[in-house]
Each structure stands twice: as C-alpha cells, then as structure tokens.
Design a protein around this ligand. Structure first.
Ligand code: FRU
Length: 508
C-alpha cells in the first residue's frame, strides 16, 4: 500500500517538477547511486574524454549520452543526410532536472555523435519534450529549409514555444513572440508537428497529461495556432493515468490508408508504470476518430520503451525511437556517469492480424551496418559486446528459452503454444535488481501475434538490455537487465528449434 502510494506520488511529481526547477525529480528513486561531479562539459570533446563508453552496463549498440541524465527523445528530424536526435537532458547531473535538449547526430541511425546541448531553460521555463520539422517552403519566414523545433516551456504552467536553426540543427534562436500557444495550467505538453498534405496545414498533437487526452491544433506558419479538436476516450477503467508524448502518423493499410495515434501513458502501461499505447482510425484534418478495437493496444509489451515518437522528413519510412526506461525506477538504474539509453530505432508498419490492424515495429535495416556473420548456436557462444540471436521455434508444444552467463544470471522466456503467448521473467536472478523494488517482474506476458506452425524470435542483446521481437516485429518486448556480464549461453527446452547468432559491433 505504502509502495503504491509512493508510485502514485512519484508519478505525480513528474508534473510537479515542472513547477519549479528546484522541485525534486520524477522517479521512485529510493536508493540513488553515488553521484558523479555535476559540472557541465564545455564541448562534446570534453564530455567524450570523460568516458571510454566501457563502464559496466554501458550500452554498446544503443545511444547513451556520454554522461548525465537523459529521458524522452525529442526533435527527431532527418535533414541533409543527418538524423538529428535531441533528447530530454540534464546538463548538470545524473538525475532528472534542469531540463534541456541534448543533441546527437547520426548518418545511419546506428552510430551517433554527441553534440553540444541545443536548448536550455529560458525566461519561460525548462525545455520539455517536443518535435522538429524542416520548413521547406518557408511557411514561418525564417528561411526555406529552416529546422524548426516546437517544444513545451515548463514553469509551473506548460506552454508551447518555437526555436529555429539556420545552421542545420547545431544552434537555435528562440522565436521572439514565444509562447506560440499560451496556456495557464500544467497539463498540455510534448508538441508533435507534421505537415498535413490534404489540408495544406501544419498539425500539432499535444498531450493533456493528467487530463488524459490529446488536443489537436493547426497552423499555416508554425507561429499562429488554432485549436481543432480534442481526442478523449474511455479505456474501460484502465488506469492509464497520465497521457504524454503523442504522435499521429498515417500508414498504408490493406490498399488504403489509416491513421495511428501513439500515446505514452504513465503509470498504466502494459506491465507496470510507463508504456506506449496506440489507437487506429482516421484523421480528416480536424478530428481523429478511433476505430472500434480492443484498446489499449500496446506498441511494446516490456517495461522499458517509453515516450517514443517518429522521425519527421523521412518520406514513407516511419522510424520510432523510444526512451529505454520506466518512470517507476528510472532515477535508480545503476548507471554512472550517464543514466538511460534509447531503444534501437524501429521501423513501424501497419499490417493485418486476425482481421484487425496491428502496429508492427522491427529494428531498422541499418542494423546490418554493424552485423557480423550468422553462426549456428546450441549452447555457449561468443557474444562480443552485443549480439542478435534468432530463434525459430515450433509451436506444437510449450518451450522455455534461457539466456544466461557464467555467473548463472539468466533471462528466461516461456512460450505457450496453446495461447500463443510469451512470458518473460525479469527477477533477481536476471542480474542486479535491488536498486528499486519495482524492477523485478517475474511475469510479463505478450501475444506472439503470429499464425502458422512456428515463430521466429529475434533477441537484440546489449550490456544492459534485451529487445525481443516475434516474426519481424509483430510483437516487441523491451526490457532493461543488469547482468554482471553479457549473457553468452542459450538453452531451449520443449519444442524443436533452430538458433543462430551474429555479433553486433560496438558503435563507439
Ligand atoms: C515524458 C515526460 C514528458 C515531459 C518530459 C519532461 O517522459 O514527462 O511529458 O515533456 O518527460 O522531462
């Protein structure tokens, strides 16, 4: 009971934190690891020399800032051959606070180069989550091709602000007439903007936080916004308490088109705490209407994929990156001098399963850039610093898949052939878990979402995460794990199977 109250209070403090920069951080951090010095690195080079990217638990194929706290991905936009990834960042420490936009760039979505911090607090408040677009037709008047960021200015109240970059996303100027959407409460944030071809307007989705819903706005010039509509829905009593980080994306579906509204909820996710749900329906330029489906539908069935939205300016590709953490324990994960990683970038598509739309997400094809040769495996294998394991398992009987290391730490996945579900077990046997009481979850279940006699499961395993996908992203499950050393042994009992593994080269 006490713990439940703590979770509630901690989650509520996410909102409270916007009230003042001196408020405490939004997590259930009961046992914070020792802090590193909190001075701000002056240049990206300074921060790079602060680490070899070789510390215990340091992800080797996922983006992490060299040091300090990170949460949501922000301002994801592709421009001139460069994928920009900004992110919620504390330039001064390894806990949530001083919210700014950190910045990293990639040419292939896999190798990242950290850049100087792009946006820090101004008179309107901290810089909360938001998005970025390329203004090809100079609708805003800052210049054709300007990179324009819309973000939430948070200082007790949450208002929307604009900043623009004329040097390809390296540095930003604030718009002189901010905020572009005024507001006087603390439940309107995380603007996601896209160009809507049919109505020839920019559309913005904004999350209503504790008020649960999404507001839509439109604009001709990114500076003057008019309210269009509100999307609210009853999730049959499911406690998806806070709505954050919305994204509205159009997909090809069965020879036609469908719109998908992605919303992160915290708490109330598929397991516990944070999670990302989606609605499928139509958008007519004013209203989003959800089809009658069995909501909530989940983008990912694990504990650690939150606040994910898609890249802007990638034509037909819909590429999502999520924050690989969960507000239940984010402040306590044992990583130092950085805290939090992003998920591997995922390509989204909408396909049909059981006569209904299913949002698939699979790792982007660019992963090939770091992939070695496949080798068959039936027990111990050379794991390198990260790897992909591909299992194809018959579904004529139940199976248990166990990844383990020489210390006996293990990540166990049970496959139920009757219910066609998978259950992952993250316990104290998985690795370090005592940093927070909510981290051990002995049973996380998910539908395999496959037809046919076999399922193929891809495991992307890094130093402190396991991302699992059934049949090319029909279901994904993303979980942090903290084994002393990477799992390098496989055992499968039950049904017949094939297994192969390939190393994924470190990106640093
Ligand atoms: C989601 C979130 C956003 C907010 C940001 C603050 O994780 O709470 O709603 O903009 O984090 O860091």
């Amino acid at each position: 009971m006490k713990r439940l109250l703590l979770i509630m209070l901690a989650s509520m403090s996410i909102m409270a934190t916007s009230c003042s920069k001196d408020d405490s951080e939004p997590s259930t951090n009961e046992e914070t690891p020792t802090e590193m010095p909190t001075e701000e690195p002056k240049t990206p080079e300074d921060s790079k020399t602060a680490t070899s990217y070789n510390e215990q638990y340091r992800p080797q194929i996922h983006f992490t800032p060299s040091r300090n706290w990170m949460n949501d991905p922000n301002g994801m936009v592709y421009d001139n051959g460069v994928y920009h990834l900004y992110y919620q960042y504390n330039p001064r420490g390894n806990d949530w606070g001083n919210m700014s936009w950190g910045h990293t760039e990639s040419k292939d979505l896999i190798h990242w180069e950290e850049k100087p911090v792009a946006l820090t607090r101004d008179a309107l408040g901290d810089v909360f989550s938001g998005s970025a677009v390329i203004d090809k037709n100079n609708t805003a008047g800052f210049g054709a091709g300007a990179l324009i960021a819309l973000y939430t200015s948070a200082d007790g109240i949450q208002q929307q602000s604009l900043a623009y970059s004329l040097d390809g996303g390296e540095t930003f100027e604030r718009f002189s007439a901010n905020p572009v959407i005024k507001n006087n409460d603390d439940n309107l944030r995380d603007p996601k903007v896209f160009w809507h071809e049919t109505s020839q307007k920019w559309i913005m989705a904004l999350a209503k936080g504790w008020a649960r819903g999404v507001e839509f706005y439109s604009s001709k010039d990114l500076k003057t916004w008019s309210h269009l509509s509100t999307f609210v829905t009853d999730l049959s009593g499911r406690p998806s308490l806070q709505w954050e980080c919305p994204d509205l994306v159009e997909f090809d579906y069965n020879g036609g088109k469908k719109w998908v509204l992605i919303v992160s909820v915290n708490p109330g996710g598929p397991v516990l705490g944070s999670g990302t749900m989606y609605f499928v329906g139509n958008f007519d330029g004013t209203n989003f209407t959800a089809d009658d489906l069995d909501y909530p539908l989940w983008l990912d069935y694990g504990m650690d994929n939150y606040a994910g939205v898609t890249y802007s300016n990638t034509d037909d590709r819909k590429i999502l990156i999520g924050w690989m953490n969960n507000w239940q324990y984010a402040g306590a994960v044992p990583c130092n001098p950085w805290r939090s990683a992003m998920t591997l970038p995922r390509e989204l598509s909408l396909s049909e399963h059981d006569g209904k739309p299913l949002l698939k997400n699979s790792v982007v094809g660019e992963i090939e850039n770091i992939a070695g040769e496949w080798t068959n495996v039936d027990d111990k294998f050379d794991a390198g610093s990260a790897y992909q394991l591909r299992l194809t398992i018959d579904l004529d009987q139940n199976s248990t898949v166990m990844l383990s290391n020489q210390k006996g730490e293990k990540y166990v996945v049970d496959i139920n052939s009757n219910t066609r579900t998978l259950t992952a077990r993250r316990t104290s046997a998985t690795g370090k878990s005592d940093f927070n009481g909510m981290f051990s979850v002995p049973s996380m279940s998910a539908p395999l979402n496959v037809e046919g006699a076999k399922v193929t499961i891809d495991f992307y395993v890094d130093q402190s995460s396991v991302e699992l996908f059934s049949n090319d992203g029909s279901m994904s499950m993303t979980n942090l794990v903290f084994p002393e050393t990477i799992y390098n042994s496989l055992s499968v009992s039950g049904a017949n199977y094939d297994a192969k593994v390939r190393k994924l080269e470190r990106i640093w």
